[in-house]
Write a protein that binds this ligand. Structure first.
Ligand code: PEP
Length: 253
């Protein structure tokens, strides 16, 4: 069985000015410096990237963006490209978060280009997928996951699939305090792994699949112990360095 290093990534969303981010990283670094066997990432607003890359340099904390444009450059006012992020020494990028899909019209067609654009620039993509509450209630969870995995990863070669991190984030559990039951999380994550296996057995063994949705210090250990769950994408609880560090520690417990 392949060894997959767990990844715990904090998604700050649109929180923290640069000054607040500096204060945060000074609180986080000592708390996670001695925790080994888990990758740690913070996914920060564009305006915090340079400062966080500089402050985290040489530490175990990697710095990710929360979006990119699929083109390297062009007349796309307000957008930021993968080469721009790579030049800042950013490690990775969250793609397809449900807030971007719902509020900003991010489409599977765009994601099919964004994921390869990130990989080509040497950025690690975290691709978010997941169903709404109505889709779950209608028994549509597997259909939705199958469609997102098929469409968003269509341009990624089989031998590059394992370089993508997938985050299963049931939309009804994001920011709601309603966490998926461990059986629901395991079932969905195992289903995603089976979808990847349909393309490459080797990629399925290596690809990391995270759970995201109201992960907190109190529930992290149980979720992170699930056999197919390789880490967590954490929103609200990542905004405080102490609670985020507790979740990081739970990943190796
Ligand atoms: C997220 O933003 O990806 C997320 C999972 O948020 P929360 O942990 O707050 O539910």
């Amino acid at each position: 069985m392949a060894q997959r290093a767990p990844l715990v990534a904090g998604n700050w969303k649109m929180y923290k000015t640069e000054a607040q981010a500096e204060e945060y990283i000074q609180g986080l670094l000592p708390r996670v410096s001695s925790v080994s066997g888990v990758e740690v990432a913070i996914c920060v607003p564009f305006t915090d990237l340079r400062a966080m890359v500089d402050s985290a340099r040489g530490s175990r904390v990697e710095v990710y963006a929360q979006n990119l444009h699929q083109e390297a450059d062009g007349a796309f006012t307000g957008e930021v490209s993968a080469p721009m992020l790579a030049e800042l020494d950013v490690h990775g990028v969250v793609l397809g978060h449900s807030e971007r899909r719902e509020l900003f019209g991010e489409s599977d067609r765009a994601l099919a280009q964004k994921v390869p654009a990130a990989l080509a620039a040497g950025l690690k993509p975290i691709l978010c997928v997941g169903e709404t509450e109505a889709e779950r209630d209608a028994g549509d969870t597997e259909r939705k996951l199958r469609q997102q995995i098929a469409e968003d990863l269509v341009e990624v070669a089989d031998d590059e699939l394992a370089d993508v991190v997938i985050a299963y984030e049931p939309i009804w559990a994001i920011g709601t305090g309603r966490v998926a039951m461990p059986e629901q999380a395991q079932e969905a994550v195992a289903f995603i792994r089976a979808l990847i296996e349909g393309r490459s057995a080797e990629a399925a063994r290596r690809v990391r699949i995270l759970y995201g949705g109201s992960v907190k210090p109190g529930n992290a250990r149980e979720l992170l112990a699930l056999p197919d769950v390789d880490g967590a994408l954490v929103g609200g609880a990542s905004l405080d360095p102490a609670s985020f560090a507790e979740i990081v520690t739970a990943a190796v417990a």
